[in-house]
Design a protein around this ligand. Sequence first.
Ligand code: HEC
Ligand code: HEC
Ligand code: HEC
Ligand code: HEC
Ligand code: HEC
Ligand code: HEC
Ligand code: HEC
Ligand code: HEC
Length: 479
Amino acid sequence: MESGKILAIFAAAFLLLAGAASAQDACIDCHKIATPSLVKDFKSGAMGKEEVQNPSASKMAGNAAEIPCTSCHGSLHTTSTDFARAKMPTPETCETCHAPKVVEFKAGKHNFAWAAMHAMPTTKDQPKEIIQGQKGCGGCHKMGTKTETGLEKYRYGVASCDSCHTRHSFSTAEARRPEACLPCHMGFDHPQWEMYSTSKHGVIYSVEGSKWDWSKRLSEADYSAPTCQLCHMQNGDHNVITSWGFLAVRLPEKDEKWLANRLEILKALGVLDAKGNPTPRLDVVKAAKVARLTEEEWQALRDKKLKVCYKCHSQTFAKQNLENADAVIKEADVIMADAIKTVKALYADGILPKPSHYAELPSYPYPDLLRFYEVQSPIEQDLYLMFMEYRMRAFQGAFHANPDYMHWYGWAPMKETLVRMKDEAKKLREEAVVKAELEKAKATPAPTPAPAKGICGPTAIAAIAALPLALYALYRRRK
Ligand code: HEC
Ligand code: HEC
Ligand code: HEC
Ligand code: HEC
Ligand code: HEC
Ligand code: HEC
Ligand code: HEC
Ligand code: HEC
């Protein structure tokens, strides 16, 4: 901190001791110097306003003119040096005044973000800066209940609610803008922002959005095109969840062919073992609401979503549109299952060596899709890309009215990757044959010296015969 700032803080502390200010004024006066923009943001928001509008919330707040800093940070920190005693709020802090929103939030998928991340077998392989330090996975997954992993370990990133309502203005108008979702719903495996913003809906938003009234509640919004929130937070409901979810698997399934392919995917997710019996991972799926486990649950969420479309589209148009997107999952699963079976066969036939963490694999010889990129062979890296990047884009693009993402970033690379994987599997098998031949030749005991035969003993013949094959295999690999 610059020395000028330190002096000013001491001056503020002095004024405070002189009894010139209330507790709230003390926080504000000192923080106007310590963190000036923060105070400005706070003052710009509904909770920092002198006049509180919402009667029920203001009653909870004891009709205070503004919400005191202490209602979220406690009152233990009062000087420029004891700031480690300040508390950081959790959703429970907000709950005292906003119970309905917190109850909705807790029922929804965002509340499981931290737990679902921790449930991934690959999470323990990551450096702690990425998870606990919230730089990678943990940076987006910091939302949600953390008690089971020890909340006390995390000083920052425990509030959840400031993900959409930026602290300290906590604005609802901001949270209604689709950009509020952008920091997390973008990129590699869930590019919803890219898909939305380049879809017809998103383009209308970018052309017309500046004229829309963002202060209106979602239930009264009269936008000419939908936003993320209009489709996913209907009437301001903080319980976000979709029918298919992130992994686009559901149980049960009436379509038999589709079910057969889905079972292959569920085995590769380790939710079912190689024989098709549930593993302990199914409990994680249930606890973190990763998949809808009854038809009713799936259909209710679908019907809810369709109601949004009906505001602007005909029922037939909307239904058909989403059914076509369902069918994209079905088609993508044909390719996905084929790819999984290709890798599984390599393990089953001993072509790929058993991974070192073999004992942890719930469905060996199936590969484990949930280890993401922590896999050893290029063919499994391809399988990971196919699942996490291309299949995701294919169906997510279909749901978000984005033909380009569906096709050229999703479907086409799925096809391309399958060809590459099959070719790789063939080469691995050819190499295995060569290796076996060479080993057999080495293992055959050399015959007692027979000078008449010169260098052409049976071992040498086998080795020489294997040589062109080996060279050919090497040549193809280099290509
Ligand atoms: C005399 C000055 C002073 C007063 C009074 C003061 N603070 Fe602070 N506070 C600071 C300084 C300086 C820091 C920044 C420490 C740093 O840069 O890491 C700080 C940090 C904080 C933090 C962040 C702590 C962290 O670990 O990052 C919170 C929260 C906070 N103050 C809230 C309050 C509240 C609430 C009040 C009123 C009850 C208050 N402050 C009163 C000076 C003050
Ligand atoms: C002591 C009670 C209290 C606590 C604790 C509290 N709030 Fe508020 N909140 C209020 C009041 C009062 C309003 C103003 C209502 C109004 O004017 O409509 C408000 C308004 C809001 C708004 C609406 C802002 C807008 O633009 O209309 C949001 C969002 C919000 N609070 C989020 C939070 C979050 C997040 C937390 C926890 C980190 C929290 N609040 C904690 C009392 C509280
Ligand atoms: C850029 C932010 C971001 C990063 C980084 C990130 N995730 Fe996610 N993750 C998300 C979002 C957003 C979703 C929801 C996507 C969807 O449903 O389409 C998600 C979904 C998931 C899910 C699915 C949960 C479910 O119930 O379906 C798991 C598990 C997961 N992430 C684990 C991880 C792990 C492990 C890492 C690091 C290796 C990671 N994530 C990195 C944002 C992120
Ligand atoms: C409605 C709740 C609420 C109120 C009121 C509130 N804060 Fe905060 N504050 C938060 C949240 C949420 C965080 C982020 C916590 C986390 O990391 O999870 C935070 C973090 C902070 C931080 C540290 C993080 C950073 O970005 O540097 C400081 C400093 C701070 N608040 C100061 C204040 C001061 C000063 C006031 C009063 C002017 C105040 N807060 C009022 C909710 C609140
Ligand atoms: C701080 C990062 C972050 C922000 C901001 C964020 N999300 Fe999420 N979202 C996630 C993560 C992480 C998940 C996955 C939760 C899990 O693992 O259970 C998720 C899950 C979801 C899901 C559930 C998908 C399913 O599995 O059915 C929906 C819908 C969703 N978010 C919509 C939104 C919308 C709309 C916004 C903006 C208003 C938004 N999110 C803002 C991180 C974020
Ligand atoms: C026109 C309505 C609409 C808009 C706008 C919209 N979505 Fe979706 N979203 C859907 C539908 C429909 C699904 C699939 C629901 C299902 O599973 O049946 C979906 C699915 C999702 C999922 C689950 C995984 C997936 O992609 O299939 C997430 C997460 C999500 N949307 C986030 C967002 C975010 C973030 C935005 C804004 C950038 C957004 N959505 C914009 C309708 C919309
Ligand atoms: C995924 C983004 C997102 C997250 C996370 C989020 N909110 Fe909201 N919040 C919104 C949106 C969008 C609205 C506007 C709803 C509307 O217009 O009806 C809103 C509105 C509100 C309001 C105003 C409600 C009213 O009726 O005026 C409060 C209060 C609020 N949120 C509190 C919270 C609290 C507390 C949390 C954490 C438990 C939270 N929000 C987390 C997006 C979010
Ligand atoms: C707020 C109004 C609104 C809502 C809600 C809405 N749309 Fe749209 N949608 C539009 C407008 C306007 C267009 C542009 C029509 C055009 O191309 O002329 C559009 C275009 C589309 C397109 C592009 C292709 C085409 O033929 O126009 C698809 C697909 C689509 N919407 C599907 C959906 C689905 C599915 C839902 C519900 C999940 C939905 N929309 C919700 C307003 C909306």
